[in-house]
Design a protein around this ligand. Structure first.
Ligand SMILES: [Fe+2]
Ligand SMILES: [Fe+2]
Length: 193
């Protein structure tokens, strides 16, 4: 597989880990009455804002989707939808943050917050699945070696702190915490009975 696509998929895995970790924290609060870890949930949202929203999605628009549109119209409808989702994402994240802050001030707002998290996580998985299952197979078919050079170089400089090459200590620490928090097989934490 092309390097650019491998990097995009790795970045999806990192985002998926954060989303599952977030969902897991919320389920623990709802099902086991665990005390909410607000700083951890906030740092998960900061990660999404700092990395996928500022670097990952814009590079998909600017490089992968733009070049694909030049080569084929086969997936135009899906690309339209994905670009629209990229455009709306900051607003969705903002709403999720507001609902987290509301819950922090008022425990009675938990159900609304939990629903917002479920919706947000499901939307992201649907987004990444469309990219991997609909767009990437066509990209592998229609893009030229030169196209890949451009895309590989663009994504090669992303340095997602959760994928491994970044230097942002704060996010590496976040990933370590997520991995240790979640039970096997998703994470390295103790298996649940
Ligand atoms: Fe995307
Ligand atoms: Fe993506």
């Amino acid at each position: 597989m092309q390097r650019g696509l491998t990097i995009i998929k790795d970045e999806h895995r990192a985002l998926a880990a954060v989303l599952r970790g977030f969902q897991y924290l919320v389920q623990q609060i709802g099902n086991s009455g665990k005390a909410p870890d607000f700083p951890l949930m906030k740092s998960m949202l900061t990660y999404i804002e700092t990395f996928p929203d500022k670097l990952h999605h814009p590079k998909e628009d600017e490089y992968l989707y733009r070049i694909m549109r030049e080569r084929t119209s086969e997936v135009d409808a899906t690309l339209d939808l994905l670009e629209e989702e990229h455009r709306q994402e900051p607003e969705w994240l903002g709403r999720l943050r507001t609902s987290l802050e509301l819950y922090e001030r008022d425990a009675g707002a938990f159900d609304g917050f939990a629903d917002a998290v479920e919706f947000y996580v499901a939307s992201h998985f649907s987004h990444m699945n469309k990219e991997e299952d609909v767009v990437m197979p066509v990209a592998e078919k229609v893009l030229t070696a030169e196209d890949w050079q451009t895309i590989d170089a663009a994504f090669g400089s992303n340095q997602d702190p959760l994928v491994g090459t970044g230097t942002q200590k704060e996010f590496r620490e976040l990933f370590r915490r997520i991995v240790n928090l979640m039970p096997a097989p998703m994470g390295l934490g103790p298996e649940q009975q």
